[in-house]
Design a protein around this ligand. Structure first.
Ligand code: ATP
Ligand code: MG
Length: 273
């Protein structure tokens, strides 16, 4: 196969696929036989009521909970049995519903340490402060500055040296995305990225999600309850309820699907959309 035809073929292959994915917690099926595909360059939103299994899906993909049944494929290869660090180094990064940062580290240190999955120098190199170690450290710093600059003025300049705990809530959420970007992923999973943000911040971040795909080339899966954001960013919407997919398609179709309206949106929301 030529390089071009290989590229064309791979463009039509999913970057991420779950096949019959189930996650049981005791007697509870948080995910129940889920089939899902995400293609390169796509932004897919996952919506559904509280407890539908959305975060569990991210946890299973990133190996923080074990799949009970089924398979998860990334670029055609199974992720089952890998530990979370291996999943990150394969090219999947995520943010959390409740922000997770190193609160006492500075903004710049936060995006530097998140690159550890990409670094090659070992402890000896660090102790001896070898030339190769210094070169790599400079590169890590450069990449850290680059991902922070994506958020405009908000996380740069004097902010580099501020501990993460001093940041505003919205900036902490931005920093978490920057940490995900710093791992050099191909796929980013965003768990309710605008939750708790005010409308201005939410609109700004919605624009940034589109730019993450357009300018950085990531495929993106976003869990979001804010339907304005879902409408704005999604190429495709997947609706979960009780761990199963109850609908999938364009925002316009999914938002008027009777089952989705019944399970999640409610009749008022559907009338308003
Ligand atoms: N580690 C766990 N141990 C036991 N039960 C869990 C665990 N994680 C999730 N659950 C349960 O699995 C179900 C799905 O939870 P999940 O967090 O995936 O829902 P969600 O769709 O993300 O909901 P929300 O919109 O509220 O964030 C819920 O009933 C939840 O209580
Ligand atoms: Mg959740």
């Amino acid at each position: 196969m030529s390089a071009e035809s290989a590229a064309a073929a791979s463009a039509s292959e999913p970057i991420l696929e779950t096949r019959g994915l189930s996650v049981d917690f005791g007697g509870l099926k948080a995910l129940d036989g889920l089939d899902l595909a995400v293609y390169p360059g796509e932004i897919v939103s996952v919506i559904g009521p509280n407890g539908a299994g959305k975060t569990t899906l991210f946890n299973a993909i990133t190996a923080t909970v074990a799949a009970t049944e089924g398979d998860i494929l990334f670029e055609g290869e199974s992720l089952i049995g890998l530990d979370p660090n291996r999943v990150t180094s394969r090219g999947i990064a995520r943010t959390f519903q409740n922000v997770r940062l190193f609160a006492n580290m500075t903004v710049l240190e936060n995006v530097m340490v998140s690159q550890h999955c990409r670094t090659s120098q070992n402890v000896i190199g660090a102790l001896l402060y070898t030339k190769a170690f210094r070169r790599e450290e400079e590169e890590i710093r450069r990449r850290g500055v680059e991902v922070l600059s994506f958020f405009g003025h908000r996380l740069v300049g004097y902010r580099f040296d501020q501990p993460a705990f001093t940041l505003s809530y919205a900036n902490r959420r931005r920093l978490e995305i920057a940490r995900a970007m710093a791992t050099q992923p191909k796929l980013i999973l965003l768990d309710e990225p605008v939750a708790g943000m005010n409308p201005t911040e939410s609109t700004e971040l919605t624009g940034l999600i589109g730019r993450l795909r357009d300018e950085w080339g990531y495929a993106i899966v976003v869990i979001e309850h804010d339907m304005g954001v879902v409408r704005e960013v999604s190429d495709r919407v997947v609706v979960l309820d009780h761990g199963t997919k109850i609908a999938e398609g364009d925002y316009a179709d999914v938002s008027v699907d009777p089952q989705v309206v019944e399970a999640y949106l409610g009749h008022d929301a559907a009338a308003a959309s």
